[in-house]
Design a protein. Sequence first.
Lengths: 174, 379
Amino acid sequence: MKLWLLDADVVIKFLELGIFDRLVKSHEVHVTPTVVEEVKYFYRDDEQVFVDFRREYIATGLVRESSATADEIKNILLRIPPLKRQVIHDGELESLAVLVREMDLILCTFDSVAIRSLPFLGVDERAISAERLLQVSGLTLSPAHKLDPRLSEDYFRNNLEQGRCEYVLAFGRK
Amino acid sequence: MADIDLARRLKSAREAAGLSIAEAASRMGFANYQTLSNIEKGEREVKASELARFAKNYFCSLSALLLGDAAPEPEVHFLWRRVPATERKVEVEASIRHRFEQYHLLEQLLGIAPGGSVMQFAIEPANILTNSQIEVLAERIGNTLNLGSRPALSLGMVMEQVLQIKILYVDLAEFGSAAATVHAHYGAAIIVNSDEAPWRINFTLAHELFHILAWNAFPPTEIEQNMALFRDMERKADRFASSLLLPGSEVRKELESRIVNRKLEYADLIDVAREFGVSTQAMLYRMANMGLIPWEIADEAAKSEELTTLDRRKRKRGESTKPTSDRFIRLAVKCLRKGLISRGKFAEILEIERPEIDRILELGGLTEAEGAAIEIVAP
């Protein structure tokens, strides 16, 4: 799968869970330059673990970096309502712009605002929950880890549904 | 081809942020200012990652740069206690205005009307002509807001939660001052130097509250153009702060229990000041305006090296943490919980790194989960 990880949160969470390295082996993973910049460290057992993402993952070709143009971001901004524009992080906007451009990418995110934005961009069918991603990748969490509800399929589906409702309210039926 | 509208907007945004082309280029990490100059002339394309950095350095949003979303009208006007040096004033104000806008955005997302409640206490010029009128005003505000016998302990919280005044703690560094503003759409805000000691912050809050209450009666532009009026308003704001934080009867009661043979030791004076959450100097001047000591004695003691040294020793702040606005954090968490802002935006607004989001939520006893709802039966 050509996997597009929306933001630093997803990468940090997968690093925290100890599954990121296995994911990059099973999939072609892509991120934006903002994600590369923002993933500096994560916590494991309450200890800060530093990571040089560019050196360890980009330079080694394990993860690919893709960026959007200003025009592509502008196009994203024009497709979402004005107030919503203010609540999505700049890096996430760029990420969504790449997703819209690269038709073969599958997005993984557990950010509710980002999930709810997908129907506005017509890419709601090209996204996957973290729980589902783990399943299709044949990965299981260690018994010590209880799946964070935000990573669940339910959380993803509920927010996607909410996004579809918001879209209908803003622009009428699709 | 470069977007000429974007080029123009970038130039205007830089100017609005008070940055020279050389300073902006350096903050953007360009090797020389020529790169930025070419961008502003529309001769070089802007990369997406650069756009995000422009937005951050120019204190604006991506949509303002790409779509030209309008700046707030009317303009936000800050009334400074000590105006920042001219060359940095525009930049300092632009960064504070951006924080003010973000605070307002959180309220807007949650459907909270920006703080009109404070203006119900707006004052008329005729009501603050004399010191005794100002004392009466302070007493009335203290009673109405139920600030109790130690107003400093709850003032900040009440100002934020009840009066909906936005308190913006800003690292003002060498601009070590404070400001107030009232905006038609965003509401009222007080800008506090986050480096100040807690007891000085309390006084600042009370002082700036006075300026907010007097905002309509004495427009800031009028005050700034008239030095005599500025000094008079500052004196009145100090008097108001002193009376509000140090209720006469309570101060008298506390002091009387410590006065022996008509003498009050420095250590006791410091203890009382600390108990009321004000500086020792503020306590001394309050004692003078209550007629307990002559002004010259208050002034002399306030400058005394012995008192200052003892004060410093007794008030060691230990592991000092920067003050933060509880309300601002709670609004941000509520927006995150309700899926109104993304986690990236949450981290940006709170100025934290991504891995700290969950820790902030956990340590603060805050949670992203909504939980079940209970049905309310009474109307």
